[in-house]
Ligand binder design. Structure first.
Ligand SMILES: *Cc1c(COP(=O)(O)O)cnc(C)c1O
Length: 357
């Protein structure tokens, strides 16, 4: 604390990311990274860019990357906004689109960065409780609002809602922006991007993606938003009032190659889904109750064991998962889906812990 901090900084409670421990030989299942690594074509493209040309600024617009994203999703390049990770995209979305006279709405249990941005930018918010089985009930987002945002699938629950529910929400909610954070959509949920194609593109739907999860490039920091060109233009204004060059040359080159390698995406996400289904079944055999997941993580609890205790006992055995000290979810563990070997280590450790060893 310093008296030189401005009054807003004095009151901030920053987002706490899952730890990135320096210890080797850990089974790291706490921040939803891919266990399989990025497309080899992305790595080659990055290496190819590591030349003396790094003395030059990158393309501030990321034109080639926008085109690659637009081509993949059947959109126009004017519908694409780029950022240094989707967290940065989200920051610009909160400031540029969700800071309104009325409060922004998001679920009571969701990505914990949303309230952090609200605090930073002085945005009022209202939380909408999840249903009894931790599902988002799109019908409950109905009171007047300055915007609506939630991940689909939701984090940290892993539960997704069908696209038709979001279409219904859009048809009711026409006076504010609806932001769908699709960080985990590639693991089996329905994307809202098809709604954005062609002249029927709604004026108020924005979909946010990241290359950190299914494309296995968390270290490169690339995210994007897609939506109506007028929404994108507003985001560009914010970005160009903050940092004109959020994506370096290496990031742009790597992201283009990664976006173009659908085969790598499909084979690695298929492996993660297979491991997830097996892990859920084996955890059930140990007595765990797991929410249905269409993400690369699961949210699970054991009726007879406190979440905090399980988290610590796993940690003692070199296995790091995520535990949130919040009401309603304190007995859950959020476990990233790793390789089959990592799942086996996790299951063996849990077996030992439950046996009271
Ligand atoms: C991981 C995550 C992000 C942020 O990803 P970046 O690495 O900043 O692109 C955004 N939203 C949700 C829900 C996430 O889980």
């Amino acid at each position: 604390m310093s008296r030189f901090w401005n009054p807003v900084v004095q009151t901030l409670t920053p987002y706490v990311p899952g730890e990135q421990p320096q210890m080797q030989r850990l089974v790291k299942l706490n921040t939803n990274e891919s266990p399989y690594g990025p497309s080899p074509k992305a790595l080659a493209a990055i290496q190819e860019q590591a030349t003396g040309d790094l003395r030059l600024y990158p393309d501030p617009e990321g034109t080639a990357l926008k085109k690659a994203i637009a081509d993949l999703h059947g959109l126009d390049a004017k519908q694409v906004f780029l950022g240094n990770g989707s967290d940065e995209v989200l920051a610009h979305v909160f400031l540029g689109l969700l800071k309104q006279a009325k409060p922004v709405q998001f679920p009571d249990i969701t990505y914990s960065f949303y309230p952090v941005y609200c605090k930073l930018f002085g945005i009022d918010y209202q939380t909408i409780p999840l249903g009894s089985d931790f599902e988002i009930q799109a019908n409950d987002f109905k009171s007047p609002n300055g915007g609506i945002i939630f991940p689909n699938p939701n984090a940290p629950t892993g539960r997704a809602i069908p696209r038709v529910d979001i279409e219904a929400l859009l048809s009711r909610n026409t006076d504010s922006v609806v932001v769908i954070d699709e960080a985990y959509v590639d693991y089996g949920a329905e994307s809202c991007i098809p709604l954005l194609r062609g002249p029927a593109c709604p004026e108020n739907l924005l979909v946010v993606h990241t290359l950190s999860k299914s494309r296995a490039l968390a270290g490169l920091r690339v995210g994007f938003a897609v939506g109506h060109p007028a929404l994108i233009e507003g985001l560009e204004r914010v970005k160009n009032s903050f940092n004109s060059y959020p994506l370096g040359r290496l990031a742009q080159a790597g992201a283009i190659a990664a976006i173009q390698d659908q085969a790598h995406l499909e084979s690695t996400t298929a492996k993660v889904i297979q491991t997830r289904e097996r892990l859920v079944a084996e955890l059930a055999a140990l007595g765990f109750k797991t929410l249905p997941s269409t993400a690369n993580f699961i949210f699970t609890r054991h009726p007879e064991h406190a979440g905090e205790k399980l988290y610590q006992a796993l940690r003692d055995r070199g296995i790091i998962v995520r535990h949130f000290q919040s009401p309603r979810i304190e007995d859950f563990l959020r476990i990233t889906i790793g390789t089959d070997d990592q799942s086996n280590e996790l299951l063996a450790a849990l077996q030992e812990i439950l046996a009271g060893a």
